[in-house]
Design a protein. Structure first.
Length: 212
């Protein structure tokens, strides 16, 4: 489990490609300070397992499903990546519940500055937009962000200077592909509503009447 608060921007040091899989070695002294084999690390929002590490880098395997469904297939040696270690039980929880299980990818359509913020319009698949609500949460390349608008499958988020500086999103350009993880609560509610044959009392009207 993660929070969507990026800890460091690492660099891909080595890359081994299989037919449909990958092995990545990423440099980040901060992340390996207390890493162990088997730990979960979110790389551009993708939950990956540490298989080995040194004093300045760690290695993870990327299975075929993750390669196919995420932007990790586009990384190269030297590519920067957002990094976050799994959340600790005794730490502050500053973002929202992020699983590291990517739902799909989006494409940055535009970036526009407005005073101290930069607004991003991101085209996402229709099957993802149904989980997006204004003022709700979304993780983009592993970064926890607030949704400012959703219209015609265009997701709008706003980044403050701090987020632009410490995450990879500040370096992204129009046309770049980003990983999208929808809010976990919304996905569970939608799943329950679509499979309510055994519990016909759980309806959209019922949820609205009870504050959902």
């Amino acid at each position: 489990m993660f929070t969507g608060i990026i800890e460091d921007i690492g660099t891909v040091k080595a890359l081994k490609k299989g037919r449909n899989s990958m092995e990545l070695t990423v440099t980040s002294r901060k992340i390996v300070e207390d890493v162990h084999v088997g730990d979960s690390i979110a790389v551009n929002g993708i939950c990956l397992t540490v298989t080995s590490f040194t004093d300045d880098c760690f290695t993870v395997d990327v299975m075929p499903e993750s390669v196919k469904a995420t932007s990790i297939q586009n990384v190269k040696i030297g590519s920067p990546v957002n990094l976050e270690r799994a959340m600790s039980a005794n730490g502050r929880f500053g973002g929202h519940f992020v699983t590291g299980h990517i739902d799909g990818t989006g494409t940055i359509l535009s970036k526009r500055p407005e005073e101290n913020a930069v607004y991003y319009d991101i085209k996402i698949p229709p099957e993802l937009s149904k989980f997006c609500i204004p003022k709700g949460s979304v993780a983009i390349d592993g970064t926890s962000l607030t949704i400012f608008g959703i219209k015609d499958d265009i997701l709008t988020v706003s980044l403050i200077p701090h987020t632009l500086e410490i995450t990879l999103l500040g370096r992204k350009k129009t046309g770049d592909i980003v990983n999208i993880e929808n809010d976990m609560l919304g996905k569970y509610v939608m799943h329950q509503m679509q499979n309510q044959q055994s519990k016909p009392s759980l309806t959209e009207q019922f949820l609205r009447q009870n504050g959902f």
